[in-house]
Design a protein around this ligand. Structure first.
Ligand SMILES: Cc1cc2nc3c(=O)[nH]c(=O)nc-3n(C[C@H](O)[C@H](O)[C@H](O)COP(=O)(O)O)c2cc1C
Length: 182
């Protein structure tokens, strides 16, 4: 078999599998959460990009409050994450509907979510409407090194998902490209 041209729409399937995230916002006394698979780290100082737009209820809160928590659910929370991304906070209270326990954040108003592997409290640095991109800056990280399930979920873009499996250690080869302290 050799490489051959195929439908360009499928390019996304190879670029999509970053971590699936649950992104919380809080506005007017109401907490909300959406599922996000389009994120991208931008530097070693905690800046990262997230793509979303006005079709989501969370968008208004993100623009107004300029903050959110980006929480990383384990594979065992996949069904809940899929359901969270299938309904809108405009129509329901997703924390109540899905039995999510909110943990108070320290640097933002939006809550973190109990049971996640990690939550990144974040502030909006910039919104780029032409690209539908929010540039965020991490302001605080909480993580559970003892979480019973630490498998990060990866959306493949076509309704199927993978979860972390085997780890390969190539630190010796790429050591000059790693940020200090990691
Ligand atoms: C697996 C999955 C991944 C998703 N990724 C994104 C994404 O990266 N960006 C986005 O804008 N919406 C994404 N969505 C859709 C939102 O999560 C969905 O529209 C959600 O209902 C928005 O909730 P809200 O209206 O309460 O803000 C995703 C949904 C699922 C199920």
């Amino acid at each position: 078999m050799s490489l051959r041209e195929t439908r360009i729409e499928k390019a996304l399937l190879y670029l999509e599998p970053g971590p699936l995230a649950l992104v919380t916002t809080s506005e007017g006394g109401k907490d909300n959460v959406m599922t996000i698979s389009w994120t991208m780290p931008l530097d070693f100082d905690g800046h990262f990009a997230m793509a979303t737009g006005p079709w989501n209820y969370s968008f208004k809160a993100l623009k107004k409050t300029r903050e959110c928590a980006v929480c990383i659910p384990p594979a065992s929370m996949l069904e809940t994450a899929a359901k969270i991304g299938s309904v809108s906070g405009a129509d329901c209270d997703k924390f109540a509907l899905f039995g999510l326990n909110a943990i108070a954040s320290k640097t933002i108003s939006a809550p973190c979510i109990e049971g996640c592997i990690a939550c990144i409290e974040s502030k909006v640095v910039k919104y780029m409407p032409s690209a539908g991109i929010f540039v965020l800056k991490a302001t605080r990280l909480i993580s559970d090194s003892r979480a019973p399930d630490k498998r990060i979920i990866h959306a493949r873009g076509d309704g199927t998902f993978t979860a972390d499996g085997q780890t390969f250690n190539f630190r010796k080869i790429i050591k000059d490209k790693l940020p200090p302290g990691l």
